[in-house]
Design a protein around this ligand. Structure first.
Ligand code: LMR
Length: 392
């Protein structure tokens, strides 16, 4: 039965992670997978998470099943975090991390409209396309960056999106665009919302880096604009914003026009969970709920998030400055103004490979770098590697 199977091409981010781990060179620098690391290269557990876990350890008296859609308190807490005062009829389920939130929402779209096309930004998290294709959904790319790679090609992006059909799905990033770090400004956000309102295509907003670009309220601005559309889907991940990577915290939320549709959509979400994994994991979701519901814990969490944000921004500034000095050019100045964990350096695959081979500096093949890896200790090495591969 299995003898004819061939290995699948691995996700480039995971390939990189393995290559980095296997590299024996001291001083190697990991700019790969989207995990926050401090200046010492550690990914500590948030203090607010530790406190919430301690409370749960003391007070939780059962690990029995919750429900197929997860804990309603978690739905409400994350719903409020994402949407603030936007109240809309909604169907919602906890998922096993952000990937499964995206996958669940794509599967729901497929049930609702098997012929739906999924519009995916030309630059995006590689798993978006893989998930859509795995489900057998048709995909279309829409332009995101302009050819020089330093800004969004507004005109072409809007021209592409105008071709979407009613009931197509358009994948957008709530904030801190992965991989480019370049988000639409408020004017373009409004134009994208108008375009979707005209075509009737439905946004699927991937929200994996809330709080990494600005305070959560501000990082939720685009998502809240999109929530004004008749229908919208939100995929939340708690991996980065709460540092709960391995706990698989996710939420899929569907905003609906008619309250009468909620029950049917909710039952579809529940069924998707049942056929995939029955009950979503609860521990991380409960930790998030505890943090968001307790004002002191929430303040502590926001302060920890702010510290990450400040460090990422400082790393960006330092890299831009180091590159300016080495290259005697303002070519990378734009880095400093970008947002979140990532930037995409227009180096080309070959140069990225040379950085890996000659300098043990590991970026994703597309040129994506995780700014958490550009610390005061590594900035010079990274800048030197970039400058060297650009020189030859
Ligand atoms: C990333 O983009 O590096 C992260 O979201 C991790 C992942 O699952 O790919």
């Amino acid at each position: 039965m299995f003898a004819h199977l061939r290995p699948q091409a691995d996700d480039p981010i995971l390939v990189l992670m393995r290559a980095f781990q296997a590299d024996p060179r001291p001083g190697k620098v990991d700019l790969g997978i989207g995990v926050w690391r401090d200046a010492e290269g550690r990914t500590p557990v948030f203090g607010a998470v530790k406190t919430a876990e301690e409370r749960l350890w003391r007070t939780q008296d059962t690990k029995s099943y919750v429900s197929f859609a997860g804990d309603p308190a978690f739905h409400a807490a994350v719903g409020d975090l994402l949407l603030g005062s936007v109240t809309r009829p909604r169907a919602v389920t906890a998922t096993t991390g952000g990937t499964s939130a995206v996958q669940t929402l794509l599967a729901l779209s497929q049930v609702a409209r098997p012929a739906a096309q999924v519009w995916i930004p030309a630059e995006t998290w590689p798993n978006h396309r893989v998930l859509a294709e795995h489900l057998g959904l048709a995909t279309r790319a829409f332009t995101y960056l302009a050819p020089e790679g330093t800004g969004i090609d507004r005109e072409v992006l809007l021209r592409d999106l105008a071709q979407a059909q009613a009931g197509d799905v358009v994948i957008l990033h709530a904030c801190c665009h992965n991989p480019t770090g370049i988000d639409p400004d408020p004017e373009l956000q409004a134009e994208i919302v108008d375009s979707l309102a005209r075509t009737g295509a439905v946004p699927l907003v991937d929200c994996a880096y809330l709080g990494f670009g600005a305070v959560p309220e501000a990082d939720a601005a685009f998502l809240r604009r999109l929530a004004s559309l008749p229908e919208a889907m939100l995929a939340f991940s708690g991996s980065k914003s709460f540092g709960l990577y391995r706990e698989r915290v996710g939420l899929a939320l569907v905003l609906l026009e008619q309250p009468g549709v909620v029950e049917a959509v909710q039952s579809q979400l529940t069924r998707l969970n049942r056929v995939n994994y029955s009950f979503p994991p609860d521990h991380g979701a409960r930790v998030v709920t505890e943090i968001l519901a307790d004002p002191a814990l929430r303040t502590a969490w926001e302060a920890e998030l702010a510290a990450i944000r400040t460090a990422l921004s400082a790393n960006r500034q330092a890299l831009a400055k180091a590159l300016r000095a080495r290259l005697q050019s303002d070519r990378f100045d734009g880095l400093a103004a970008q947002s979140g964990m990532f930037a995409m350096l227009p180096l080309g695959k070959e140069r990225v490979m040379r950085m890996r081979e000659d300098f043990a500096v590991y970026a994703v093949g597309t040129g994506r770098v995780n700014l958490a890896g550009v610390t005061p200790r590594t900035t010079d090495r990274v800048a030197e590697a970039i400058a060297a591969v650009l020189r030859d």
